[in-house]
Design a protein around this ligand. Structure first.
Ligand code: SF4
Length: 243
């Protein structure tokens, strides 16, 4: 697979950015603590499923202190529609207790400290650092792992390798939102079973050999897009000077 040039990487992100200028997480949250809890609950579950359960949970417990007071049994009952809910309830209450005892009820803005909390791995810590604290971290989940490998933008044998590759190739101006652009692209366009290549803005850059449209079609679409961009950038013609 031919490697991306620097210019191609920049163009890849430019097109994703044009599609979603300010991308946002699809998880619902109120503050850094509820974001942390929502991300812990989203492991091996969909954001839609988590969003169905969390409003009732966060209405009762939007701080670590309230979550500890609620207790494991009640938390489990409120999130029982989410997979692995018993383990997750245990982790959520345990991490809340640590936040109360060690960090005065605050979520630490530090990836290593976050990873010490129960149920918090590197991916969860990266999401919290990015969304709550606006750090340019790139959390690699199943969607980003697939997009990185399939397109050839950031190939890697495991999420850590893809993360390292993305860190290395992503231009600084795109790093803050790279995580969301890639995840939303993977979730809504470059889907696992059948990618929607005909509607994909990066199709002409993507190296995936099994695109769901022929290469000739992609090339023609890329030409048309380049022509439209050139036209849009052309300065407006001046009207003749009035006498
Ligand atoms: S062209 Fe197809 S495979 Fe490549 S990124 Fe787009 S949707 Fe994914």
């Amino acid at each position: 697979m031919r490697k991306f040039s620097k210019a191609e990487v920049a163009e890849f992100y430019r097109r994703l950015a044009e599609t979603r200028p300010i991308p946002r997480t699809e998880l619902e949250f109120i503050n850094p603590f509820t974001l942390l809890v929502a991300v812990v609950l989203s492991a091996q579950a969909t954001d839609v499923g988590v969003n169905k359960a969390t409003p009732a949970l966060f209405a009762l417990a939007d701080t670590p202190g309230k979550m500890v007071a609620l207790g494991e049994e009640r938390v489990a009952g409120l999130i029982r529609t989410i997979g692995l809910y018993r383990t997750k309830a245990k982790n959520v209450v345990a991490l809340s207790r640590i936040l109360v005892e060690k960090y005065r009820g605050q979520v630490p803005a530090d990836r290593e400290l976050l990873q010490e909390l129960p149920g918090v791995g590197r991916k969860t810590a990266n999401v919290v650092m990015n969304v709550a604290f606006e750090e340019p971290t790139i959390a690699v989940d199943t969607h980003i792992f697939r997009v990185g490998n399939r397109t050839g933008l950031a190939p890697g044998r495991n999420p850590f390798e893809v993360e390292q590759r993305l860190e290395a190739v992503t231009p600084p101006q795109y790093k803050l939102h790279a995580h969301h652009w890639l995840i939303l692209h993977g979730r809504h366009v470059c889907k696992a079973r059948k990618p929607e290549c005909p509607d994909c803005v990066v199709a002409s850059l993507c190296r995936y050999p099994a695109k769901t449209v022929p290469d000739g079609w992609v090339a023609a679409k890329a030409q048309a897009a380049a022509a439209a961009l050139k036209e849009a950038r052309r300065p407006p013609a001046r009207s003749p000077a009035r006498r």
